[in-house]
Design a protein around this ligand. Structure first.
Ligand SMILES: *Cc1c(COP(=O)(O)O)cnc(C)c1O
Length: 386
């Protein structure tokens, strides 16, 4: 064999290197996946091959992550995607076609709403926005003969309104709609959307499941009714996520339960203290008795998370609010959430239906894994600047 042939990687497939029983699945970097003989290659063309055919055909670590999520959520099938927004986009595209009408709750992830209004509209799908707290009767009023799907997010990740999920799902089911539900806030540990009648569960894995602010990924899990449509869409689109991303999400899952407990406890402690703070008007956290839909949270969820919001009694000009925010040392400024670092965002929330918090600056806190007393001290000294 000439040296240049030796360099060209035939060795890995020839050498008999023993396989290693590592705790974690092997990570493959691959476009090409080899067949052992021509008969196997021909079987692919006939749709009779059950091995992995190509890099986009869900490499082993991805299959391991997807199967773990599938079992956690009790889904018929789960697929990983390159981001949470890609999960939303793909699920909508899989279940909608030109001429269809879509319902979206007003507190759903904003980038997803923008996709509906612009790109889906271009392909002939019209969207109607529902009030963030829409119940069964309101949803019923908005349904048209061509309504095909409804997208819910509860609690909405900024203003924290909840929908009556089982009631809305029941109406949707009666009218033959597909119900899609963004479960990023509660994670599979604190809400079981399929048990409430949801058909499709969406996640931004970039939040609690990724857990370390170093990965962008999403997932779509479907029930039996929607499994064929979505898995076929996924196969046709060849939606590819690098194996490293699946490995990081799988690694995040291993510590999800312990991290989420801490996020939850610290957030509750801070939310209760903030409620008593003289400058604070309202704390928007579904696990607080003061939350308008607390009864729904209590009925449907088994826990809360580390993300909540608050409204101050006064509306401050940007520079003055900035004094408070820029004085914080532990709360950093940045989008996304669910990681170990505490984060803050503050903005007026754009809304298209009547909203309790119209024209109010909503301060959203992502409570990280820092010591809770340190976080409280940070907030207190920051608020003193106002
Ligand atoms: C962040 C987020 C998304 C989008 O996820 P990315 O992974 O950032 O694309 C979707 N839904 C909710 C509720 C989110 O918070």
């Amino acid at each position: 064999m000439h040296k240049e042939t030796m360099l060209n990687g035939t060795l890995w497939n020839e050498l008999e290197i023993p396989s290693a029983a590592t705790i974690n699945p092997p990570l493959h970097r691959a476009s090409t996946v080899l067949f052992t003989n021509y008969a196997e290659m021909c079987a692919v063309g006939r749709n009779e091959y059950d091995g992995i055919t190509y890099g986009t055909d869900r490499l082993p670590v991805q299959r391991c992550f997807e199967e773990t999520m599938r079992r956690l959520e009790n889904a018929a099938a789960t697929r990983i995607l390159p981001s949470g927004i890609e999960a939303i986009r793909s699920a909508l595209m899989a279940f909608l076609q030109a001429g269809d009408h879509l319902l979206v709750c007003d507190n759903a992830y904003l980038t997803g709403q923008r996709f509906c209004d612009t790109i889906l509209a271009k392909f002939g799908v019209t969207t109607t926005v529902l009030p963030a707290t829409a119940g069964a009767e309101e949803v019923e009023q908005f349904i048209r003969p061509e309504t095909a799907a409804i997208l819910l997010e509860s609690p909405g990740s900024i203003t924290m309104e909840l929908q009556d999920i089982p009631a809305v799902c029941a109406v949707a089911r009666e009218h033959g709609l597909v119900t899609l539900f963004d479960n990023t806030w509660a994670t599979p540990l604190h809400l079981d959307p399929f048990a409430l009648g949801v058909d499709v569960i969406l996640h931004s894995l970039s939040k609690y499941i990724g857990g370390y602010s170093d990965v962008l990924a999403g997932s779509v899990s479907v029930n039996e009714r929607c499994a064929e449509t979505f898995t076929e869409f996924y196969r046709l689109m060849e939606l590819y996520t690098p194996a490293e991303v699946s490995a990081l999400c799988l690694r995040g899952l291993h510590t999800l339960e312990v991290r989420l407990k801490r996020h939850e406890q610290s957030a509750l402690t801070l939310a209760r203290r903030l409620e008593q703070h003289p400058l604070v008007d309202r704390v928007l956290h579904p696990a607080l008795e003061s939350h308008p839909e607390h009864h729904l949270w209590k009925r449907d969820f088994t826990g809360s998370a580390g993300l909540f919001s608050l409204l101050l009694k006064r509306e401050y000009p940007e520079a003055e609010l900035g004094r408070f925010i820029d004085h914080l040392k532990l709360f950093r400024l940045g989008f996304s959430w669910g990681g170990y670092t505490s984060l803050l965002t503050a903005a007026k929330v754009p809304r298209r239906t009547a909203c309790r918090y119209a024209d109010r600056t909503v301060i959203r806190l992502n409570i990280g894994l820092e010591n809770v007393e340190d976080l409280w001290n940070d907030l207190e000294q920051g608020l003193e600047q106002l």
